[in-house]
Design a protein around this ligand. Structure first.
Ligand SMILES: Nc1ncnc2c1ncn2[C@@H]1O[C@H](COP(=O)(O)OP(=O)(O)OP(=O)(O)O)[C@@H](O)[C@H]1O
Length: 424
């Protein structure tokens, strides 16, 4: 299947000689897989005769699609495509109309299509998921950014059995840190991965927030001021709450600038809001107080950093955005968790150190930076001011009570009975 230009709408006939740019080839499939299968359409004949500059016998393996993988086979999976309509530059519909829908149709992949219409469409979908009547596992093709993935996995409700849900991610958000770290950050590479990839456990890490924690709900058109509500999860409205994180969890200056940039005053500034929030937070020169106790995954020993701190961030990903290698040794999907901590530093020093992250993650060699693979991190937050008690979990802002301890745990495979896999 390729992006071929064929004159006069003619079908290709066996033996026809056609040139297709290699980067346009998605798959080489037997014609029996295709919905418009016909005796005259023999897609493999396009590429099985290698000439210089075309596919060689070895190369062709990468493109071969002899049959549908389980996650795309409607006889073996229940498939839903969710398009997060406000993600990134709002190009999700175009991606679905021009790329995904024709591809799924050509391969006879029956699916349900959901175009999000509100900030709760994804969580409502996830909450409605149950073991299918047919017993088939769910495949969700999510055309979105990282926030939508976070919402989906965190809205799954508990089930008594263990079920698998397979996510195929098409990066259409403004950040796409997960897919960027998996080297599938472009739409074309992700669509190639959708067809040729295999499911791997996502292993999200999780953060336990104590009772009394609140969540800041950013402004929407319906509620231009936003609001703060008690933090809830599908399995608990009292006691500690576990929030699953796939990109980043932070406290200190990172959480402060993400939190500020979401406020109604900053939102008016569009994309410049991040720059302004960063500049203002760096100029404040404040320190965050509370001991950080962690278990090193390397030595197995428990260590304590008393603080005060400027920066504390936990992530399983190497890059939070293209080029910004905050955790250069991270191995996404491995379940491993990296911690980056900086003591109280001036705004200028923080900036100097963080800019080294753009040089292939060189900041981790600076004496000011503590960089460790960790099993667990416990942070006792001692701050009077509410804005200093803000945590960021994949962009969500959560405010903890003064004196409370937040616990961060390395990756787990199962969320409330659901084994989450991602196609890579
Ligand atoms: N029609 C809609 N109206 C309001 N909110 C929506 C609508 N559709 C989706 N959303 C919400 O908008 C957010 C989109 O987040 P998503 O991660 O997909 O893109 P993004 O924010 O551009 O990317 P990133 O998270 O990488 O920065 C999600 O919170 C989603 O629930």
């Amino acid at each position: 299947m390729g992006d071929m230009k064929i004159e006069n709408d003619d079908y290709l006939k066996f033996g026809d000689n056609v040139s297709v740019p290699l980067e346009s080839v998605l798959a080489v499939t037997p014609s029996t897989l295709l919905s418009y299968s016909s005796d005259t359409l023999h897609v493999p004949s396009l590429v099985v005769t290698p000439t210089e500059g075309t596919l060689s016998g070895k190369d062709i393996q990468k493109y071969l699609l002899p049959g549908l993988p389980t996650h795309l086979d409607p006889c073996r999976s229940r498939i839903t495509v969710i398009n997060s309509s406000t993600a990134g530059a709002h190009r999700g519909q175009e991606v679905y109309d021009k790329l995904l829908q024709p591809l799924l149709e050509a391969l006879n992949i029956a699916h349900e299509y959901i175009l999000t219409s509100s900030p709760s469409t994804i969580s409502e979908f996830a909450a409605s998921l149950a073991v299918t009547e047919s017993g088939l596992p769910h495949t969700v093709i999510l055309v979105s950014g990282d926030t939508s993935i976070h919402e989906l996995i965190n809205s799954l409700t508990p089930i008594s059995s263990t079920e698998t849900i397979t996510l195929a991610l098409i990066p259409a958000g403004s950040g796409n840190a997960l897919m960027t770290s998996l080297s599938l950050g472009s739409i074309t590479s992700a669509v190639f991965g959708l067809v040729h990839g295999t499911p791997h456990p996502l292993n999200p890490f999780y953060v336990t927030f104590p009772e009394g924690s609140n969540e800041v709900i950013p402004p929407t058109i319906h509620d231009p001021n936003g609001k703060t509500v008690a933090l809830e999860t599908p399995d608990s409205s009292s006691g500690p709450r576990n929030i699953f994180s796939l990109v980043v969890t932070s406290w200190g200056i990172h959480a402060a600038l993400v939190g500020d940039s979401d406020s109604p005053e900053y939102r008016k500034l569009g994309n410049d809001r991040f720059k302004k929030a960063a500049a203002e937070n760096l100029a404040r020169n404040v320190a965050w107080h509370g001991p950080v106790r962690y278990t090193s995954a390397v030595s197995g020993r428990e260590e304590v950093v008393e603080g005060p701190h400027s920066y504390l961030l936990m992530t399983p990903l190497s890059s939070l955005e293209p080029g910004f290698k905050i955790a250069p040794t991270a191995e996404p999907l491995s379940g491993k968790l990296e911690m980056v901590q900086m003591p109280f530093l001036s705004g200028e020093e923080i900036m100097r150190v963080l800019m080294l992250a753009y040089q292939n993650g060189k900041h981790v060699y600076e004496k000011e930076v503590l960089y460790e693979e960790v099993e667990e991190v416990y942070v006792a937050v001692h701050e009077d001011e509410e804005r200093m008690r803000r945590w960021c979990v994949d962009g969500r802002i959560i405010i903890v009570p003064n004196g409370a301890t937040v616990a961060v745990h390395k990756g787990v495979e199962n969320i409330r009975g659901w084994n989450i896999q991602v196609v890579v």
